[in-house]
Ligand binder design. Structure first.
Ligand code: ATP
Ligand code: MG
Length: 422
């Protein structure tokens, strides 16, 4: 049951029905105001937004608690103020003193952001109408509440009402509104999930709190592609853009048994990440299958194909797979890399790279074949940029078993090979 505000009474039934016919206009004759996008001064954020904030648009920035939502919005607002844009920061979670504390970390620009701490929706709307900022941040949408609804802040009815009022305001006054929303443990954006259809753009901030890398991606964008991903690093002075994420990940790659570099695609952008696997004998039945940054079901599938078609049987071993740096790769192109990492870990031998670690991409099919994935040229180019050669990729007739044979160093005599464990 969702509580909703009672609709305002129409004057009379007759007036409600007296709609007047409108004149449709061919789209080319529609007057289009020249809207310049507002740059947030954070390159990666602008890119994910599709080139900056669009005036009059509603952006939902969702992420788990503590991931850095307030930090990135505060920096962006600081940059906007410095560029002469008027902004307003509405904090429903923290007092203005706490907001200031964060801003001090972020630098002088962030300190010039005008802020209010308020949870009453009417008061917030009145302030925005009086101030008429170009950009307004509401941190967070779950903390504001409309007095005409009795539900607790954060309930579906309240969240919807808050977003609905904000949208009306955004469109009417041409304000770009950024709503910050929390994501629950289950991954659904608590409450704000119900907003996805309403807002123009949904940005998801991901990453693990303990790790330094955070990724920002657009789940929906009415003004840009949803393919772009921004990579950030949490530092003392806020979130720092990681422009050459691949360089970091490649430099950190270990080259030991169980390590491989995956040429992954983050949307339209190639990204090199290191996948690591650990295979260890266990008494546990069933053995453990732990994955970090990789889908568990995908890992199960790859293990099954390895066992059935490539002679790598790890049935009595625990298998851990992790993408270094806390990045998540959710695309089939990562399959081959994961398979190689597991096989290398199971055999206890490193992969045959060139001057650097071995790089790989390709989808593993259920019959043990390697399948092509989109953008092989971009993936190869990215690997080439960092001197990774050779790159193992799907080719005509190449199977997973062939790929393993090519990539794995022969095991030295007396090596503890776990790949034949029943
Ligand atoms: N001095 C510091 N140096 C480095 N990182 C810091 C520092 N202070 C805070 N952080 C990081 O900032 C994160 C909190 O950022 P922020 O408050 O923007 O998150 P949030 O997503 O808004 O959280 P919430 O959901 O609680 O509102 C912390 O998890 C911590 O990792
Ligand atoms: Mg916050």
């Amino acid at each position: 049951m969702v509580e909703e505000a009672a609709p305002q009474k129409q004057g009379s039934a007759a007036r409600a029905r007296s709609g007047r016919a409108l004149t449709p206009v061919p789209l080319r004759d529609v007057q289009m105001p020249a809207v310049a996008r507002l740059s947030t001064g954070i390159g990666e954020l602008d890119r994910v937004l599709g080139g900056g904030l669009v005036p009059g648009s509603l952006v939902l920035l969702a992420g788990e608690p503590g991931i850095g939502k307030s930090t990135i919005t505060a920096s962006a607002m600081g940059n906007l103020v410095a560029a002469g844009t008027s902004v307003l920061y509405v904090s429903g979670e923290e007092s203005v003193a706490q907001v200031r504390l964060r801003a001090e970390r972020l630098g002088p620009d962030a300190l010039s952001v005008p802020a209010i701490a308020e949870t009453n929706l009417d008061a917030v709307v009145a302030t925005i109408e009086a101030e008429r900022p170009d950009v307004c941040v509401v941190d967070s949408v779950q903390t504001l509440s409309a007095s005409e609804l009795s539900g607790a802040p954060g309930s579906v009815g309240q969240v919807r009402e808050v977003a609905g009022r904000m949208m009306g305001l955004a469109k009417r006054l041409g304000i770009a509104v950024v709503l910050v929303g929390h994501v629950t443990k289950e991954g659904a954006i608590a409450g704000p999930r119900v907003l996805e259809h309403l807002v123009d753009c949904v940005l998801q901030f991901e990453g693990e709190r303990e790790r330094t890398y955070r990724t920002l991606r657009a789940l929906k964008n009415r003004f840009g592609s949803t393919n772009d991903v921004g990579v950030f690093e949490m530092a003392d002075n806020g979130l720092v853009e990681v422009q050459d994420a691949s360089a970091r990940f490649v430099a950190e790659a270990t080259r030991g048994p169980g390590s491989v570099v995956i040429c992954a695609m983050e949307g339209s952008r190639p990204l090199l990440v290191e996948a690591q696997a650990l295979v260890a004998r266990t008494e546990l039945v069933p053995p453990r299958r732990v994955s970090n940054g990789v889908d568990r079901n995908r890992l199960a599938l790859i293990l099954a194909v390895l066992a059935r078609h490539a002679g790598v049987r790890v049935g009595s071993c625990d298998v851990f797979v992790s993408i270094a740096g806390g990045v998540r790769v959710d695309e089939p192109g990562a399959d081959l890399g994961i398979a190689l990492a597991v096989a290398s870990a199971a055999r206890g031998v490193p992969l045959r790279g060139g001057a650097g670690p071995l790089a790989a991409f390709g989808e593993v099919g259920l019959t043990g074949e390697l399948r092509h994935v989109p953008h092989p040229d971009r993936r190869l180019a990215e690997a080439g940029k960092f001197g990774l050669e050779p790159v193992l990729a799907p080719g005509p007739g190449l199977t997973l078993a062939d790929a393993l044979e090519r990539a794995l160093e022969p095991a030295p005599a007396g090596a503890d090979d776990l790949s034949v464990a029943a």
